[in-house]
Design a protein around this ligand. Structure first.
Ligand SMILES: NC(=O)c1ccc[n+]([C@@H]2O[C@H](COP(=O)([O-])OP(=O)(O)OC[C@H]3O[C@@H](n4cnc5c(N)ncnc54)[C@H](O)[C@@H]3O)[C@@H](O)[C@H]2O)c1
Length: 345
């Protein structure tokens, strides 16, 4: 293998720009080919990012021996088919989130990775957001004591982002799976795998979409930690993934679109300058880089794992586990009853 992982990018739509920019600035990756069924899009991105070759049929791209791996900024409905084909063609795969829209597809993708011996990574990009990495480390270091409640919201106005051909506007691409997966994945990363969920949903804003646009789920995490995830794709506000982590000794408020992380700690209010004022817990605002789509770090991690022969962290089982929680939330909101989550992959 050359010093860089030679990548094919399949999909030249909106989010391919994040892939191509991230690859451009990565030390370990190089985009050598791009593909889109829309020839104009493939050509345009090839010219814009100086990529030598473009295709309109991904199977042609997969035939090339000089391509080590592919990234897939493709409609969610295509993740299974193209991932499985790519793995069977001997390519490592970095598939966009959500891994797939149902567990049967997730299982087929995991199986193809195991059979081919090639790596499958799912692009849960929140794992590379500096503020979330900092929050996770603080929790692990015991900064806020024992967790008792974790909540995250995925509030993102989708009224103008249906995807090319409207692939986001279908019942099967439920907003909790498509977008809420970021918030679910973040809480899983910090608090582990929820065992049980209960959710309510409504559709009050994007009333011409065939799907609920707001869902609120509560869930049980290991160690008797309670959790909550809100997903809204009709909300009228700036995109946010505001997340609050409550511990016995402090609280963290963190958002991928805020330049600061807030840390509240009981011990701050015991300091001499605050003690006499009998103040409640003091807030410490720590600066963080806003980088909510840090694809550069994501693709760098993927390529380093390939080059060094290490297993990727967000592998098929991780991606599928997040999908499993999202599906349980959708099922619970539909049935209006508790749903247990199983992780048999
Ligand atoms: N990580 C994130 O935060 C994030 C953000 C946005 C989108 N995404 C994900 O990225 C993926 C792509 O989203 P998008 O916004 O770029 O969608 P998009 O609709 O803008 O682009 C998808 C592209 O795929 C092309 N395509 C369709 N079928 C194809 C095929 N068979 N072969 C090759 N190309 C084909 C379409 O022509 C289109 O250009 C989705 O999975 C989405 O969920 C992730």
């Amino acid at each position: 293998m050359s010093k860089k992982v030679r990548l094919g990018v399949i999909g030249a739509g909106s989010f391919s720009n994040s892939h191509l920019m991230g690859i451009k600035y990565s030390d370990s990756a190089e985009a050598v080919a791009i593909c889109d069924i829309n020839e104009g899009s493939a050509r345009k991105q090839a010219e814009k990012y100086n990529i030598p070759d473009y295709y309109t049929d991904y199977r042609e791209l997969l035939k090339r021996d000089d391509i080590d791996a592919v990234t897939l900024p493709l409609p969610d409905q295509l993740h299974r088919k193209v991932t499985v084909d790519a793995l069977h063609a001997g390519k490592h795969v970095l598939c966009e989130k959500p891994m797939a829209l149902n567990l049967e597809d997730c299982r087929a993708m995991i199986k193809a990775s195991r059979e081919s011996g090639k790596q499958l990574m799912v692009g849960q990009i929140g794992r590379y957001t500096p503020a979330f990495i900092m929050a996770k480390k603080m929790v692990e270091d015991g900064e806020i004591g024992e967790l008792f409640f974790v909540e995250s919201e995925y509030a993102h106005d989708y009224s103008k982002i249906g995807g090319r051909g409207g692939w986001r506007i279908t019942p099967e691409r439920h907003p909790v799976i498509g977008g809420g997966c970021h918030a679910v994945d973040l809480l899983r990363m910090i608090a582990g795998n929820p065992t049980e969920v209960f959710a309510y949903a409504n559709n009050k804003v994007l009333t011409d979409w065939p799907i609920d646009d707001c869902t609120v789920a509560v869930m049980k995490f290991p160690g008797n930690v309670v959790g909550k995830v809100m997903t809204s794709i009709g909300c009228k506000r700036k995109y946010t993934m505001r997340t609050v982590l409550y511990g016995s000794k402090g609280t963290i408020i963190v958002d991928n679109t805020s330049p600061t992380l807030s840390l509240f700690k009981e011990e701050f209010s015991q300091m001499d300058e605050f003690k006499e004022r009998n103040q409640q817990t003091i807030e410490l605002k720590l600066p963080v880089a806003i980088n909510n789509h840090n694809f550069q770090a994501e693709v760098e991690d993927f390529c380093r794992c390939i080059m060094e022969g290490r297993q990727v962290t967000t592998d098929g089982v991780e991606g599928a586990s997040t999908v499993a929680v999202c599906l349980a939330i959708v099922e619970s909101a539909h049935k209006e009853e508790k749903v247990k989550v199983s992780y048999d992959f």
